[in-house]
Write a protein of this length. Sequence first.
Lengths: 115, 115
Amino acid sequence: AQSVTQPDIHITVSEGASLELRCNYSYGATPYLFWYVQSPGQGLQLLLKYFSGDTLVQGIKGFEAEFKRSQSSFNLRKPSVHWSDAAEYFCAVGASAGNNRKLIWGLGTSLAVNP
Amino acid sequence: NAGVTQTPKFQVLKTGQSMTLQCAQDMNHEYMSWYRQDPGMGLRLIHYSVGAGITDQGEVPNGYNVSRSTTEDFPLRLLSAAPSQTSVYFCASRRGGTGVGREQYFGPGTRLTVT
């Protein structure tokens, strides 16, 4: 069955520290991969996406993610976290072929940033 | 562009009442969808539409109706509200009717409480 797992429900980091949020997926086909961010009381915003090509993808707000097919992972990273990065982060996976119109969403990782 | 707008932002209903959550987008997107977000359950797709006049069910459609008479609007109707429908509702839209490779744009959400 298709699934997306974000193993960490909640992460706390200090401002200026590096960050890695994990995302593992189970999908038979070559996937589209996304990371979205949800600031408190807001809707979701796309951080970055991977379709094909270079497995290291750059996104907005200084985030990047690396697709590792052998590990079925698409982990999100940021070298130095800012207090404004405190938010909920969602990984999502979709089919790259066929008429599948739905994304499969992870349950999210809540990020807290200590000053 | 206003993007995706949702009204109301907050709503309290009594069990058995009906109401319509409004969603509009001004980006001429073919695809629109409704999600509900509950703690620990991530985003769950309620209904979606790949174009005017075409709607389909998502994961959790029971108790909700939708219609898509125009490209811009995609209202969600609660037929007879139940406490289990207490949630935050997000409307989203994207280009392209089929496939999932495009960025989704989310509205700010409607926080619904059913007592």
